[in-house]
Design a binder for this molecule. Structure first.
Ligand SMILES: *Cc1c(COP(=O)(O)O)cnc(C)c1O
Length: 395
């Protein structure tokens, strides 16, 4: 047990002082009655602030150890708000395996406004240093990366950014502040798709963002209030509710993931596996230093000789669905789902081959998850063998 376990349950705003309700109420209102033309309380209009959303924002700020927090209507709204801290002519260095949507909003929208970017392997700090030109204004990192879980040294990135006067941004979705707190390592802005582990039940979309300084808070206040992609009161309440069990869920997610990763690694159907918890995984030592766990996402390459479609089709517990971080186990094909925005060549250069499979390990019974995969491997082997037989038969 740690202090964060208690913070997650009680939050920063604990219940409601007016009624004694143990939960923060859902303030389903757009506006607030002012006491007079020049006297008003803390709330004026819900795009600016709303008490349910404020309770969530105070909590994520405390969880990340920052100065101010913001709740957005999706992870992508939070990503976009962070990118709006830059201006035309600025160039960003972006981790080469960031979330597909982050690349898409840059290409489809922000590049038109003169923001430029280059994707590089941020796990290589020497390469990061070499890539800094006078127009570089910031570094945007996701660690562990998606879907190959490459690890970037956050203290190293923060250090480089301070040396060069660059803004550092980290997408902390895969870890949550329960496992990793980038601001404490010197990063300027941390953000989440709260759709994933923070919400935790695959029943909402939300984004959270926390800044390190008052100066960034002033800028982010303007961006949030005036672009308006804020989280509504009901979903703010659902995220608060989800966060209460974050510690329990993450512990169980990670326990299941570690067991499955160990088993998959020795399995005949698996050609290659990516999981930061393996002692020989590149970045394992960095991960141990900067986070208190390895997360619950595992990627692996299904071996030739196993039919890919039959593998996905024969899973019963793992649902074929984009997203991750919910209590239920999900499985995805990164090349056609999360990373479809990249070209075939870009994907192959990164190692996102078509036979790469990404698991978001849920909190179900671990033996049943293992059995589900085993059954699908067997069906996939059989499907391949029957296809070979059909091809070889004369009629
Ligand atoms: C899902 C995801 C996003 C986008 O979040 P949405 O809530 O879907 O808008 C951003 N970053 C990462 C790492 C994600 O997994």
């Amino acid at each position: 047990m740690a202090a964060i376990d208690t913070l997650l349950v009680h939050g920063v705003v604990d219940g409601d002082e007016h009624t004694g309700s143990v939960n923060v109420p859902i303030y389903q209102t757009s506006t607030y009655r002012l006491r007079g033309l020049d006297t008003h309380g803390p709330y004026v209009y819900s795009r600016v602030s709303n008490p349910t959303r404020s309770a969530l924002e105070a909590l994520i700020t405390e969880m990340e150890g920052g100065t101010a927090g913001y709740a957005f209507s999706s992870g992508m709204a939070a990503v976009t708000a962070a990118l709006l801290l830059f201006k035309a002519g600025d160039k960003l260095l972006v981790s080469d395996n960031v979330y597909g949507g982050t690349v898409r909003v840059l290409d489809a929208v922000l590049v038109r406004f003169g923001l430029r970017y280059e994707r590089i392997d941020t796990s290589d700090l020497a390469l990061v240093r070499r890539s800094i030109t006078p127009d570089v204004a910031g570094i945007y990192v996701e660690t562990p990366g998606n879907p190959l879980l490459s690890i970037t040294d956050l203290e190293g990135i923060a250090h480089i950014c301070r040396e060069h006067g660059l803004l550092s941004i980290v997408d902390n979705t895969f870890m949550t502040p329960y496992l990793q707190r980038p601001l404490e390592m010197g990063i300027d802005v941390v953000l989440h798709s709260a759709t994933k582990y923070l919400g935790g039940h695959s029943d909402l979309l939300a984004g959270l963002l926390v800044v390190r300084s008052q100066e960034l808070a002033a800028q982010m206040n303007l961006i949030k209030t005036n672009t308006g992609g804020v989280l509504d009161p009901f979903d703010s309440w659902l995220v608060l509710r989800g966060i209460k069990t974050l510690a329990l869920r993450m512990d169980r997610h990670q326990q299941n993931a570690a067991a499955l990763a160990g088993w998959l690694r020795g399995h005949d159907a698996v050609a290659r596996i990516y999981y930061p918890g393996f002692a020989d995984f590149p970045g394992h030592e960095v991960q141990k230093r900067q986070a208190s766990g390895f997360g619950a996402v595992i990627s692996f390459v299904l071996k030739e000789g196993y039919d890919l479609n039959a593998f996905y089709a024969n899973l019963k517990l793992f649902a074929l669905a984009t997203s991750l971080g919910g209590v239920e186990s999900l499985i995805a094909q990164p090349s056609t789902m999360t990373h479809a925005a990249l070209t075939q060549k870009e994907r192959e250069d990164l190692g996102i081959v078509d036979r790469l499979v990404r698991l978001s390990v849920g909190i179900e019974d671990c033996d049943m998850l293992r059995q589900d995969l085993e059954d699908a491997f067997r069906a996939s082997r059989q499907a391949h063998e029957s296809a070979v037989e059909r091809r070889n038969s004369p009629c």
